[in-house]
Design a protein around this ligand. Structure first.
Ligand code: ZN
Ligand code: ZN
Length: 219
């Protein structure tokens, strides 16, 4: 009931986050924003990894965190065994996003991360911090910290972005385009009107950008 609609609207909210996050940083004392977070970032069902997610999927909401599974049986399993399913997704989030992570400093207080940072998977996004206190700051102010990390991802990945066209519409990006970030990966869209389609299949489009990046000559 209304899950898909909700997903689409919070993704659109998150893309404008760049602007709102800066405002929040300046003002401080931002309240907890329900509905900030990344979509389920994989192209497959985490319970049956061989199964690609198609259009006929179930989207689940665990306290504002999106999980997509391939069928009703998997949805029941995820509801019954939430702790283990979310932990499994968290492990994949850390594993897949570590190489993309743009910073060597703590996202919260800018201290060097050193050799043993805390890997904190939060709402389908990997955050890396220097202490438990910094981790709790991310939980308290998700919009600020998603926004700050989005900026760092764009800064790090934009120059080497592997596609000259929008991965969703196929249109050339030209000089314009919208810099969207999901799962610590930059996805450049031809316009804000492509966000709805991106939100329907984020895992598929993230994978297309990933494959293009892997094929691109090293710079
Ligand atoms: Zn499944
Ligand atoms: Zn820190």
């Amino acid at each position: 009931m209304g899950q898909k609609g909700r997903t689409a609207s919070w993704r659109i909210g998150s893309t404008f986050l760049a602007v709102t996050a800066l405002a929040s940083l300046a003002i401080g004392g931002d309240p907890v924003d329900p509905g900030i977070g990344d979509p389920y970032p994989f192209a497959y069902c985490v319970l049956v990894p061989d199964v690609e997610l198609d259009d006929d999927i179930k989207i689940l909401d665990f306290d504002g965190r999106e999980v997509r599974v391939c069928c009703g049986d998997c949805a029941d399993r995820a509801r019954r065994d939430t702790y283990n399913v979310l932990r499994q997704i968290d492990e994949l989030v850390v594993k897949e996003q570590k190489a993309l992570y743009p910073l060597t400093t703590c996202l919260v207080d800018d201290k060097p991360l050193g050799d043993n940072p805390i890997d904190f998977p939060f709402r389908n996004r990997l955050f890396r911090v220097c202490s438990g206190e910094c981790q709790s700051q991310i939980e308290k102010k998700p919009a600020v910290h998603f926004g700050k990390l989005d900026f760092a991802v764009i800064e790090k990945q934009k120059a080497k972005y592997p596609l000259d066209h929008c991965v969703v519409s196929g249109k050339p990006l030209g000089g314009g385009g919208v810099d969207h970030v999901a799962a610590n990966r930059l996805v450049r869209l031809s316009g804000y009107d492509q966000l709805g389609a991106f939100s329907k299949s984020p895992g598929k489009y993230l994978k297309m950008v990933q494959e293009a990046a892997e094929k691109a000559p090293a710079k």
